[in-house]
Design a protein around this ligand. Structure first.
Ligand SMILES: [Zn+2]
Length: 362
């Protein structure tokens, strides 16, 4: 026991760094930030943001939500109306390389194929991929609604869907010169639906895991890593976490059915829920993700630190670190970063204050 104590003391001595302001900081392999890719008009300020905000905060990983905001040449029909160009992406890549920041582009696969009353590009152009073709978009979207419509999903068993989405994945990896791809896959509510002739009656956990395996296999073949959100792999009822940050639609058993090389982004915004330990104990590498509650982020850093220090050798390196997720645009975030007293919402929350907390301690 004493030896263990000594070892962990050495661990603390040798593996903690000190930040510029003299506070002890972590040795997390991942200090990440996740935000939407900028619009084509806002690339210059975004590059400034990388240099002025991300780099000084020691961010080393940037998950960029790109989706259909790129001028795809493999499927021009899937471009949003206005998109990032090839050369604009290259300028972002260049800025990140200069700062030692790894970029991981994201396209939402499986779920999040619509928002409120409109389809994203994939289902707009290829409505045959829709898992729930009988669910019509309401004129005025409200939640909850009779159809349980949050976001549409594509059908993971449609024989043609992967040929299309993998073209986009390949192209985005290529232009971003990335070694990993984030496939989203959070909050997938429509899965194995009765109205789908292929998925009807199938086990949602099998369907979810099957889709993860398929994407992972494609990426492994290219020597690339797959990142996903973790919520579908946690049982929402047993944990009390509910239907958003965990699963109430029978997908949780997929945790035992997916490949161990998939990286899990484990988001919890209200409390520092210790589910990272659950993922790591299943052999999966995991990144803990806060959003806009500084105190939650602080607890998550301490928890991650503690998991890394207190776990057996084989397990501790699975706790890769932290990634803040920001769900507003970069423009607002950047502007608020200039304020000494950034705006908070009516519950006192602020993604900017959370970022400032993280940059001091991670
Ligand atoms: Zn289906």
């Amino acid at each position: 026991m004493k030896r263990m104590l000594l070892l962990s003391w050495f661990g603390i001595l040798f593996f903690t760094l000190t930040s510029a302001n003299g506070q002890e900081t972590s040795n997390f392999p991942v200090r990440g930030f996740c935000i939407s890719a900028p619009s084509t008009e806002r690339v210059e300020p975004f590059i400034q943001f990388v240099h002025d905000i991300l780099a000084p905060a020691r961010v080393n990983t940037l998950v960029l939500r790109v989706d259909y905001n790129y001028a795809y040449t493999s499927h021009p029909e899937l471009r949003n109306e206005s998109t990032l160009t090839y050369s604009q992406v290259k300028s972002i890549v260049q800025a990140c390389r200069q700062e030692g920041i790894r970029i991981i582009p994201q396209i939402n696969l499986l779920g999040h194929q619509s928002w409120h009353s409109s389809s994203e590009k994939l289902l707009e152009v290829y409505p045959q991929f829709d898992e729930t073709p009988e669910v019509a978009f309401p004129e005025h979207y409200v939640w909850p609604n009779a159809d349980g419509l949050y976001c549409k999903s594509y059908c993971p068993l449609h024989p043609e869907v992967h040929a299309v989405v993998f073209d986009l994945v390949d192209e985005i990896l290529d232009v971003f010169e990335a070694d990993a791809f984030h496939a989203g896959m959070d909050e997938v509510f429509y899965l194995g639906e009765e109205q789908c002739p292929r998925c009807n009656g199938m086990d949602p956990a099998e369907l979810f895991a099957g889709e993860v395996r398929r994407i992972d296999q494609h990426l492994s073949g290219l020597g690339k890593e797959l990142w996903i959100w973790g919520d579908r792999l946690i049982d929402g009822k047993l944990t009390g976490l509910g239907m958003w940050e965990a699963s109430m639609n029978n997908t949780a058993r997929a945790i035992d059915l997916i490949p161990k090389d998939v990286i899990i982004c484990d988001w919890h915004y209200e409390q520092a829920v210790p589910t990272a330990a659950y993922f790591a104990s299943k052999g999966l590498r995991v990144i803990t993700c806060p959003w806009r509650e500084p105190t939650v982020a602080e607890s998550q850093v301490q928890m991650t630190q503690s998991f890394r220090e207190q776990s057996p050798e084989i397990m501790k390196d699975r706790f890769l670190g932290m990634m803040q997720t920001v769900w507003g645009g970069v423009e607002g975030f950047y502007a608020e970063m200039q304020n000494d007293k950034p705006r908070t919402d009516d519950q006192g929350r602020s993604d900017v204050l959370t970022f400032r907390t993280l940059q001091k301690i991670w």
